[in-house]
Ligand binder design. Structure first.
Ligand SMILES: Nc1nc2c(c(=O)[nH]1)N[C@H]1C(S)=C(S)[C@@H](COP(=O)(O)O)O[C@H]1N2
Ligand SMILES: [Mo]
Length: 311
């Protein structure tokens, strides 16, 4: 049986340690020239400068943030994960003003970065989501961990899509288009599609997989033999209901897991375990409310393993 302890306040990854991903470089944006356009199938097209965005009010959102990894290696674990506190405004506030037309089905998010990626030139970073998902979930962030977004994280404004892979969270946002069809850009059609287990055809890389990562001890750690606390974080598109730890290929033992928080945050887990002197392999695997369990190998969310030395 897994023991759940009440959700504590979320812990955040220092901004210096948050991974950075960019397909075509970091655009140099002067916020005094920057605007966000909302157009397409809307009754009232909008053009907002930063003062107009700030006038919509500022909310906070604590959320884990995970990169899918290379679109060319969908089965390779990268374990690039962080948790940050965003500040900004829900997309719904803008949609309420722009008023989508009845024919609008999809929302396209366009970044200011343009260039080439994998031999293709003249690209723009555009992602899309079904309108109900976008209206319900998307958050437009201008701050990260209490400071204005850094250039590499999407200054001055980015989309954040909680519980979806980072690729959907468009940085350097300049244009939002309401449309009756999906975007035909390469980042929606060619890259970031995958065949999910049990399915025959590819679907867009959106909801995260069930996953977990050992944070302490870390890979290659040297520690004192005896009682050792093994801990990490687990996350999924839904809540985590259990995490198990196995040492040296032995039986899976249930770790103590934090209860899910109210929002899209990761959950901590820990297990105190006796480690004899010598080298050990520690693995963790999470299970979520939908019954998904991390596979042992061969998948991007395969169980995480660290090697440690007890002395
Ligand atoms: N405009 C734009 N947005 C983007 C990207 C990009 O290349 N251009 N990369 C995406 C990917 S793959 C990820 S994982 C996240 C990473 O966000 P971060 O660099 O702030 O951690 O941004 C996403 N948003
Ligand atoms: Mo990514």
């Amino acid at each position: 049986m897994t023991t759940q302890v009440p959700a504590p306040a979320p812990d955040f990854t220092p901004t210096d340690d948050v991974f950075v991903r960019k397909h075509m470089g970091v655009p140099d944006i002067d916020v005094t020239d920057w605007t966000l356009v909302v157009e397409g199938l809307v009754e009232r097209p909008l053009r907002l400068d930063m003062a107009a965005v700030l006038a919509l009010g500022t909310e906070r959102l604590a959320a884990f943030h995970e990169c899918f990894g290379s679109p060319f290696a969908p089965d390779v674990p990268t374990r690039a994960v962080a948790q940050v506190e965003w500040a900004g405004v829900p997309l719904a506030a803008l949609l309420d003003r722009a008023v989508p037309q009845a024919a609008a089905r999809h929302v396209w998010f366009e970044g200011a970065d343009t260039g080439s990626f994998h031999g293709q030139d003249g690209l723009t970073y555009v992602k899309d989501l079904p309108l109900p998902t976008a209206r319900g979930d998307v958050f437009l962030a201008h701050r990260m961990n209490g400071e204005p977004l850094r250039a590499e994280h999407g200054f001055p404004l980015r989309a954040v899509v909680p519980r979806m892979f980072g690729t959907n969270s468009v940085k350097w946002l300049t244009r939002i288009v309401l449309a009756d069809r999906r975007s035909d850009g390469v980042f929606t059609t060619r890259f970031y599609n995958r065949v999910l287990p049990g399915e025959a055809s590819p679907s867009p890389v959106r909801e995260v997989d069930v996953s977990s990562k050992l944070f302490a001890p870390g890979e290659g750690a040297e520690l004192a033999a005896g009682k050792v606390e093994l801990s990490g974080r687990a996350w999924s598109a839904t809540e985590i209901v259990g995490v198990e730890i196995s040492v040296d290929g032995g039986a899976w033992e249930a770790a103590v897991v934090d209860a899910p928080g109210p929002g899209p945050t990761w959950q901590r887990f820990c297990l105190t375990r006796e480690l004899a002197p010598g080298l050990h392999r520690v693995r963790c695997r999470a299970r979520d409310l939908a019954g998904r369990v991390q596979p042992l190998a061969g998948a991007r969310n395969a169980v995480h393993e660290v090697a440690v030395e007890a002395g």
